[in-house]
Design a binder for this molecule. Sequence first.
Ligand SMILES: C[S@@+](CC[C@H](N)C(=O)[O-])C[C@H]1O[C@@H](n2cnc3c(N)ncnc32)[C@H](O)[C@@H]1O
Length: 459
Amino acid sequence: MTPAARLAATVALLSAMEDQPRRPADAVANEFFRARRYIGSSDRRAVSERAWAVVRERLRLDWRLRKLGAEPTARLLVAAQMVLMGGGSLQGVVAAFSEQGPYAEAPLDAEERRVLAALRPPLVRAEMPENLRLNLPDWVMPGFQARFGDALPAAAEAMAEAAPLDLRANLLKTTRDGALAALAAEGIPATPTPFSPWGLRIADRRPILASKAFRDGLVEIQDEGSQLIALLADARPGMRVADYCAGAAGKTLAMAASMNNRGRITACDVSAPRLTGAAQRLRRAGVDNAETHLLEAGDRWAKRRAAQFDRVLVDAPCTGTGTWRRNPDARIRTGEFDLNELVTKQRAILDRAASLVRPGGKLVYATCSVLPEEDEAQVQNLLERRPEFRVVPLQEAWKQSLAALGSVVDTAPGEGDFMALAPHSHGTDGFFCAVLERTEVAVPRSDTTTRASSDPAVT
Ligand SMILES: C[S@@+](CC[C@H](N)C(=O)[O-])C[C@H]1O[C@@H](n2cnc3c(N)ncnc32)[C@H](O)[C@@H]1O
């Protein structure tokens, strides 16, 4: 590709992302490149790098451009990124846009040049609002302040860094040491993760999907924080387990391994495509104690299984504010409206899932959000509605889970009632996890059973 064509492709990719603000940017990028197979791998890398650099800094680039009275078009965003972050001079950027060719952007017009001429690095300015200095959308500020307090700047900085690649050794096929050795034999150095007894960390990006260890099902890609949630679910051999929001079965896989393939897991979700993907992953990993169930409006599945499960995991749909290292576009894709909608949905899902837990069983509630409204507040509200549940404090839940595994890792990732992970404090994505135990023998109340299609728990 000529430099002009690369620039044009970058603007086109960013426009595609901007035109589909509700879709994850990586899905848009994959589709973009699939439709342009003529773009070779090095051009693809260059185009992606610049587009993602804009996405990561979209909030602040936006502010800088609007301050100058400019609408942040894809062209201007790319050009501003080059001026403010790419080390490009104004003349160089103007020249890049002036190159001719069959696949070239139109030259910058007078207004665009005026705006770019007024931009001075660095990108971050003292007069920016605090949330932008921290590269955070304004609607998360109360929740982030409540969660992190004085550590907010460190937390925000760590959320902007690249995430490592975490793997989980599949104990149905190997041990953690066995997985380490298999990866090392392929020239992929990994180190054990500090908390998860199954975890391996790879510092730099490696083509893991193409490795033999991955293809043979010895390892799964899974952030250490996700592994810890599956660990706290404390699923043991012979148990009956529901993974109520199973998605692509990341945690089902981990629980199947801790159950040594004995007992039964039902992986539920409202998304048929996700459950199809889940079934494929379960086969590859050698899991044969799990089935999938598609939750549909009017479905009596949950009602028929009231109080039957030893473990119910709710890995709830959430704003994903803990995953911004991996999904930087989610900062701009998600808003306060989504938060309010999700809080309502989480509450309904929790009610439904709680009714499945047998007396003496555990309900494990998790999100990949760091916002207290989606986390502690949901648990407190559930406890008010369902007093038969009690919180199992983190240290206690941790010991119970590890004792069942016969594992020697004894440092729990935190104190207090709940597990609250974050990149700056634990090196994981941001996660929340609460373990609740159902204490009494009474049958669950009827208002938590399956309702008709207007029920937000199945929407
Ligand atoms: C955080 S993701 C789950 C990720 C998955 N547990 C994993 O580890 O790979 C949340 C999932 O909840 C599902 N979901 C959304 N609404 C739901 C509902 N009402 N009942 C059950 N699952 C729901 C979504 O389809 C999504 O797959």
